[in-house]
Design a protein around this ligand. Structure first.
Ligand SMILES: [Zn+2]
Length: 431
């Protein structure tokens, strides 16, 4: 078993790993401004706790693996420069610390190289021997696998500093001293400065934004903010140039992209169209027929990533507006826990605006419960069922092949959900 830790800017991720499998994991706040020695001790304590709570002992551990956000020399092993994060890291004798504190040997490596080894062993670069990994985020990181080995160079710097290569020689020198360095032109670290230097910043929504990072830029650009759109285009161009330069320099079989940039929420168009999207189109049809003056969209939320919560209603609203599909104003109910929650929110709005009737659009199989819960909440509803899953709508496929169909399990699942949902709502007095 290996005790592993990945030191990041916000969190330190820890794990117990055996033969490539993570048996247990936990995380600590990074406190990257505090001394490395202190954070190492916190990590050691957390490993001991992890071992204990999972029924393991230090005796069965073969060593320690550290992934660090620094240039490293894995042979000595030591940190070559600490860039202000985890101060004191360069002075630490990691081998001595590990031997004295836990009685184990240690291996350490630059975090992006570790990420590349991970992708090579178990991810997107499995089976390849020529790989480039680029991480876009606070900075622009790079690591390269060449002939199946990490490319290190004479000073363990090879590829690592690619983000500081000059891509616009007429630009002034940036933080690292290089002219027009890629990181200075397109990374979270300099984004706020770049934004403020633009003439359209003052009239941009960015001026009032809590923090200026790529997430904000992507969001505001999608909403039509010109300053954000320009910055986004610049970042995309710089990243594309970096990618192209890396391909020219290292001739990889595959380029793996990683880093703190999340998959785009607006892909595709901010919502995933599934069976239930019939509801949205049925509601839009009603609006087009002039049967309502406002389109209200409910829906739940789901976890789109570690820290990303996507609200269905918000996504659908944005999509409908971007595509100009609705002749009437669109409003999201915000994140709703369930149909009951939606009913309460609509009831409050109905009371506030003195609405007489609300056309309730939902899947036919869900209508019985929805109508009941809305009426109990005091809303006068006109039911508009859609998304029929009845035999008539599904069509009849004549087949002699006696194989169970997965679709039928889905229909059965939906039916069970409604039956159980009905009784759950009855017991709570919601219908
Ligand atoms: Zn630089």
């Amino acid at each position: 078993m290996i005790l592993a830790a990945d030191f990041g800017g916000t969190t330190i991720k820890l794990g117990l790993v055996r033969e490539g499998r993570i048996l247990a994991r936990s995380r600590l706040d990074a406190y990257a401004n505090r001394p490395m020695a202190e954070r190492l001790e916190a990590v050691a304590c957390e490993w001991e706790l992890l071992l204990k709570t999972n029924g393991y002992t230090l005796q069965i551990c073969a060593g320690i693996a550290l992934s660090l956000p620094f240039l490293t020399d894995p042979k000595s092993p030591r940190v070559l420069g600490d860039f202000g994060k985890f101060p004191g890291a360069t002075n630490i004798d990691f081998a001595a610390w590990s031997r004295v504190r836990l009685g184990l040997p240690v291996a350490l490596e630059n975090d992006l190289r570790v990420a590349l080894l991970g992708e090579w062993t178990a991810g997107a670069a499995r089976g390849k021997s020529e790989v480039v990994m680029l991480a876009l985020g606070t900075g622009i990181g790079c690591a390269v696998l060449s002939s199946g080995r990490l490319l290190r160079g004479a000073n363990n710097r090879a590829a690592t500093l690619l983000g500081h290569s000059t891509i616009a020689h007429e630009h002034p020198a940036g933080r690292c001293g290089n002219l027009g360095c890629a990181e200075d032109l397109a990374s979270t670290a300099t984004l706020a400065k770049l934004a403020r230097s633009r003439s359209d910043f003052a009239v941009s929504q960015l001026a009032g934004a809590e923090k200026i990072d790529h997430e904000t830029i992507f969001t505001l650009a999608a909403q039509g903010d010109a300053c954000s759109q320009a910055l986004l285009q610049q970042s995309l161009k710089v990243w594309a140039v970096m990618l192209q330069n890396a391909v020219i320099a290292f001739d990889p079989e595959v380029v793996v992209l990683g880093g703190g940039v999340e998959p785009s929420e607006s892909e595709p168009a901010g919502i995933h169209l599934k069976g239930a999207s019939d509801r949205l189109f049925a509601a839009l049809s009603l609006a087009k027929q002039g049967r309502g003056r406002l389109l209200l969209i409910g829906g739940g939320s789901y976890q789109g990533g570690e820290d990303v919560t996507v609200f269905e209603g918000e996504g659908a609203k944005r999509w409908v507006e971007e595509w100009q599909l609705s002749p009437v104003p669109v409003q999201s109910l915000g994140p709703c826990r369930d149909t009951h929650d939606e009913a309460l929110k609509v009831a409050a709005l109905a009371a506030q605006h003195s609405w007489k009737r609300v056309a309730l659009v939902t899947s036919a199989y869900h209508m019985t419960r929805s109508k009941a819960v809305f009426e109990k909440a005091g809303v006068v509803v006109v039911p508009v069922p859609c998304n029929y899953l009845s035999m008539g709508m599904r069509g009849r496929h004549v087949t002699w092949l006696v194989v169970p169909k997965a679709d039928n399990m889905l229909y059965f699942g939906a039916w069970m959900h409604e039956i159980i949902g009905w009784w759950a709502y009855r017991l709570r007095g919601w219908v």
